[in-house]
Design a binder for this molecule. Sequence first.
Ligand code: F6P
Length: 535
Amino acid sequence: MTIWQDLLDKAQSVQSRRIGELFEKDNRAGGFSRETGPFLFDFSKTNIDAETLDLLVKLAEVKDVAARAEAMFTGEKINDTEGRAVLHTALRNLDTDVFVDGENVMPEVRATYARMEAFARDVREGKFTGQGGKISDVVNIGIGGSDLGPAMATLALAPYHDGPRCHFVSNVDGAHIHDTLAGLNPETTLVIVASKTFTTIETMTNAETAKRWMAEKVSDPAQQFAALSTSAEKTAAFGIDQARVFGFADWVGGRYSMWGPIGLSLMIAIGSEGFAGFLKGAATMDAHFRDAEFKDNLPVLLALVGIWHNQFCDYATRAVLPYDQRLARLPAYLQQLEMESNGKRVSMDGKDLPYNSGPVVWGEPGTNGQHAFYQLIHQGTRVIPCEFMVAAEGHEPDLAHQHTLLVANCLAQSEALMRGRSLAEATEIMRKKGFEGDELDRQARHRVFPGSRPSTTLLYPKLTPEVFGGIVALYEHRVFVEGVILGINSFDQWGVELGKELALALAPVLKGEDAGEGKDGSTRQLVARVQSLRG
Ligand code: F6P
């Protein structure tokens, strides 16, 4: 395709151009920033110029991103390896009817939402109690999309948290549930079993453990359990009263599910008004994504910057760097969202991808990361595009001076990455410190920053429920657009299957119930060593 080749050529031709040079022309910052609602997205500190932007926008157009988005919003079965619609957007646009196979799916969504609201209110107000009285703690047991979303959101919106304490257990490692339950009172704890399929081994094993723990003190533990799942049958078999089962359809992908029942723990934590704000923020981003021209469309632009860096400049990873301690779980959440969605080597039509799949996504909140891995970002041999995000103000007016420092650090990092420090500048600094001759040169070279390293910044007033909902929806649509451009199905996850199957087969081998014939030498050696260490 010629646009693709044009972009490859363009990346080649600007390889040695310094990003800083682009600012010598008028209004670089304004021309390469866009605003919507509370957000300012600044992508001026990248090597994208007007011609590149034009080509990238054309790429999105020829790849039919708009038609594909419309197909998603209107309930077409765009997840075609599983034959499913993709309608997480319906969970946050409750007023709009959506039809799947000719049936309006919204009455059911609204009814479940109303039940969630009533249950969350009852828990918060003490109308739903445990055997020992008002619920003091909620334990959400789930993994992947049934954990990362609500766990991230509950931390992100901590200033709005006025309900019971919330805890999240995901790992099959018994240490996780052991340490979580250790400080809790079974008589005032509500356990939410969150699993789309209600078959995931980690979740079901932890749920059984929680049930046994509760049974030591509570005569009917199932009374203090709720379930979030697509399977009414399996939740009933587990013994959970259908009054506390909150269902959803298979058109909600696990990693896109916190907008509905999987968000119950968040709703209990912050109340249904806060939760409604979170949905509203996402719905506003949905409308922007659906309506805005590509050149002004934040999710499309964020995706195009991503595609430019990964597919055309060949930067294999990207760092997501929220300058917000309460977004500490965002990078982990985005790892699932981006890497489970776009980590695929086969296109929709089953052919090998002729280019890279989605990038490795990683990160940590600033300023912590600065004192850990930023060394490599500034001076390593690989270029790592950085995505900064920061709020203009925090939730702690008494600590506004700390927030100013936080923002200063965020802005300084993107400035440093772009500007760098030349050998001449480093030499001058070291000369003033008394170095000379060969030693001056050697010392100076260690202090050179190559600069011209790309970054984007997302700036917003404050991390409110609405803003937070908008950020997550922005990234969801970014992943969608990247997937459409790459021609892959962003909504299946076959790559997680093989390891699960092999783990199931290995458990009896470890227990000595199966000889493990056919296993490779390394696996057999490791099994034997575990067995001998356990005695
Ligand atoms: O194994 C991956 C996965 O299927 C994720 O896609 C999903 O979010 C997670 O497991 C948990 O699945 P479930 O909600 O069905 O327990």
